[in-house]
Ligand binder design. Structure first.
Ligand code: UDP
Length: 314
């Protein structure tokens, strides 16, 4: 049988590049598409020479891929709050028009489809932990609305293609994920804290630091996504680590693990910043047989090592 072929939009991004690499390791051929708006060729340069083709393209425009395609993984989107604040229209366009084009490609090729959705569809949640059945608490006109509503639209579009066109479409709701290949200037908590701690700068905790997040290491996330891709599930599935931590605790752990003398300073809490976030992963456990295995110490250790090399060359 021919090698299965996967198209990944956003392949030069943090998660997209890890998906590409793991799928190559598992014997897939990969076509990576990215317009490099927030992605970086440095994340995928090492894949040259393998069964990997890169296409520089903005997926809000028609996507042309020659030959058979077995799976489309639609990962393209700005994903850090500072990115989608700076790129609001592009964020809305890739979530809406880009999802439409990626679904169109899956339909034309008879391919499976997986959309990278997000815990942001739950907004500032009034239900805790968040189950997939929760509809969310999102402010459509707040600064995060451009991302949250684009992803909510993307989910609706995905379900419509499943119901009306019979596309075998899947939705993964990704909770905070971290690991090597996050950008030094990414703006999210983990890369900010690590870069600040390694440089001996003040570590910026927004608000009182008592808001919570649950951090999933990249290899666990990738394993969950591939299990979902191979499953027969069509309902949304949360993938994330249910270990809930305060942002202040995350900052302290990073300062300790880097051996830094940085101090914590508090800055204003961004508008509509969710106060709590923790996935209920019962569905992932029962349907996919998945749960995270990498501890926070292990995952942060790997990520800190990556940032040490990155910062040394700059
Ligand atoms: N945060 C922080 N300092 C930073 C960056 C983020 O305290 O330098 C906080 C942010 O306000 C939020 C949490 O850390 O409460 C996680 O933010 P992140 O940007 O990583 O992603 P989010 O989960 O909000 O999408």
């Amino acid at each position: 049988m021919a090698k299965p072929r996967v198209v990944i939009t956003g392949a030069a991004g943090f998660i997209g590049s890890h998906l590409a690499e793991t799928l190559l390791d598992r014997g897939y051929g990969v076509v990576g598409i990215d317009n490099l708006l927030t992605g970086d060729m440095a994340n995928i340069e090492h894949l040259a020479g393998r069964d990997f083709v890169f296409v520089k393209h903005d997926v809000t425009n028609y996507i042309y891929v020659e030959g058979p395609v077995d799976v489309v993984l639609h990962w393209a989107s700005p994903a850090s709050p500072i990115d989608y604040l700076e790129l609001p229209i592009q964020t809305l366009k890739v979530g809406a028009l880009g999802t439409h084009k990626a679904l169109g490609l899956a339909k034309a090729k008879g391919a499976r489809f997986v959309i990278a959705s997000t815990s942001e569809v739950y907004g500032d949640p009034l239900e805790h932990p968040q189950k997939e059945t929760y509809w969310g608490n999102v402010n459509p006109v707040g600064p995060r609305g451009v991302y949250d509503e684009a992803k909510r639209f993307a989910e609706a579009m995905t379900v419509a293609y499943h119901r009306y066109h019979g596309v075998d479409a899947k939705i993964v709701r990704i909770f905070n994920t971290y690991g090597p290949r996050m950008r030094v200037r990414d703006g999210r908590a983990v890369p900010n804290f690590i870069a600040q701690a390694l440089r001996g700068e003040d570590v910026t905790v927004y608000g009182d630091g008592r808001q919570t997040r649950s951090l999933c290491y990249i290899s666990d996330l990738v394993d969950g996504v591939i299990r979902l891709m191979l499953s027969s599930a069509n309902e949304p599935i949360n993938i994330g680590n249910p270990q809930e931590l305060t942002i202040e605790d995350i900052a302290r752990t990073i300062i300790r693990m880097t051996g830094s003398s940085s101090r914590i300073v508090h800055k204003a809490l961004p508008v509509d910043d969710p106060k709590v976030r923790r996935p209920d992963i019962t569905r992932a456990r029962t349907i996919l047989g998945w749960e995270p295995t990498i501890t926070l110490e292990e995952g942060l250790g790997q990520t800190i090592a990556y940032f040490r090399t990155k910062l040394a060359v700059r």
